[in-house]
Each structure stands twice: as C-alpha cells, then as structure tokens.
Design a protein around this ligand. Structure first.
Ligand code: VGL
Ligand code: ZN
Length: 200
C-alpha cells in the first residue's frame, strides 16, 4: 500500500490577516487543513524561518521596495516585507493549527544569503533541505500539500516534489495565494504541466 504524507506549508501568523506578509484570507486554510490531517499516514509542517537581516527582505536593499525583484547570485528574487523572523510571533504557526500529528517540522530560509520557497530545495535550486531524503527513507511515495502561499511556497514545493518522483496532489481549497504579477496563473499551469493533481 502506498504511504502518504500531508505537507502543510507555512501556516504562520505573518501570512494570515494582520501579518507582515498577509495573504488575503490566509487564515481560512486552517480549518480545512486540521480536518484533512486524519486522512494521511504522516503529517509534516514547513515553517518559513528567516534571520532578521535576511536577503529576501526589501529592507536590506537600499532604494528597493517590497514586491519588486532583484538579482541575487542564484538568479531573480522577489523582495518581501520583513516576515517570519526567527523567534517572532509572526513566525509562529497560526494558533488554531493543530500541531499534534506533526512528526517533522522543516524550517527553511534560515540562511541569510539565500531564500527558500520550496520545502525541498533552496532558491538556488541545488541546496537540499533534507526533506526529500527523509520521505524516501521512510517509504513515503504520495504527498498531499496545502497552505500558504499557493503561488510561492506551495507551488515551489509541489514542483520540486514532482521532480523528485513523488506523486503529488495540491488541495487548492486549503491554499491561498499572494498573486503577484500573474504568479497564481503561472503556478497553476506549471503544476498542471508537471503532472501534479490539483483538487478544488
Ligand atoms: C512565502 C514569500 C516569502 C510563502 C515565504 O510561504 O509562500 N512567500 N516567503
Ligand atoms: Zn519568506
């Protein structure tokens, strides 16, 4: 029998209403995610976890504004408001997210010089987080994903998982998007092209 894991992406205060990088209606994902946890063998969470001077923050780039893009050593990078700073309340999981079944919490974006949208590889597309190995070592073949934000951390994670050979389903009704310059439409078509199952 196939072994499944539910990967819950970045359901943190800063991505919910009133957070530093609020995703519209972001907290609406909490109830459906809590309900879905019972359907999977394993539950794994990711947590965006940046140092206060992270290079993805517009505040670290003189003259550049949040939601603009710049070029890093590893390629193009969107600049964000300061968010999910290590140890801050904004970096904590939403207080209603059920953490009881979480077996593993993958923190990402903790290196100052590189961002990490994906739960599998940092934004240079080569530095692994270790999650792929952890799943494979445990015989997990099927992944379901939900969380925040659809068009960044969820999509990047789903695309990398498909590339690594996992069978991936994204539950869109338990995701919300940032939608920056067409990023949501682009993410949906990339996920579709990669053979990822999208469920509404
Ligand atoms: C995310 C932008 C910056 C996300 C994280 O969780 O989608 N987006 N950091
Ligand atoms: Zn981030």
């Amino acid at each position: 029998m196939a072994t499944s894991a539910f990967i819950v992406i970045d359901v943190q205060n800063d991505f919910c209403p009133e957070g530093a990088l609020a995703v519209a209606d972001g907290d609406a994902v909490v109830a459906p995610i809590n309900a879905m946890m019972a359907d999977f063998d394993h539950v794994i969470l990711t947590q965006d976890w940046h140092p206060h001077d992270h290079s993805s923050f517009a505040s670290q780039h003189d003259g550049l504004e949040a939601f603009s893009t710049t070029t890093m050593d590893y390629g193009e990078q969107t600049l964000w408001p300061d968010h999910c700073i290590q140890g801050s309340i904004g970096a904590e999981f939403h207080p209603s997210l059920n953490l009881d079944r979480a077996e593993l919490i993958i923190r990402k974006g903790y290196r100052t010089a590189i961002d990490s949208y994906s739960a599998f590889f940092e934004n240079d597309k080569t530095t692994p987080t270790g999650l792929g190995g952890a799943l494979k070592e445990r015989g997990i073949t099927h992944l379901a994903m939900a969380g925040l934000a659809t068009d960044f951390c969820v999509a990047f994670s789903a695309l990398d998982a498909a590339k690594l050979g996992f069978d991936v389903t994204v539950h869109l009704s338990a995701c919300r998007a940032i939608d920056l310059g067409g990023s949501l439409d682009a993410a949906i078509s990339q996920m579709t092209d990669a053979g990822i199952t999208l469920i509404d």
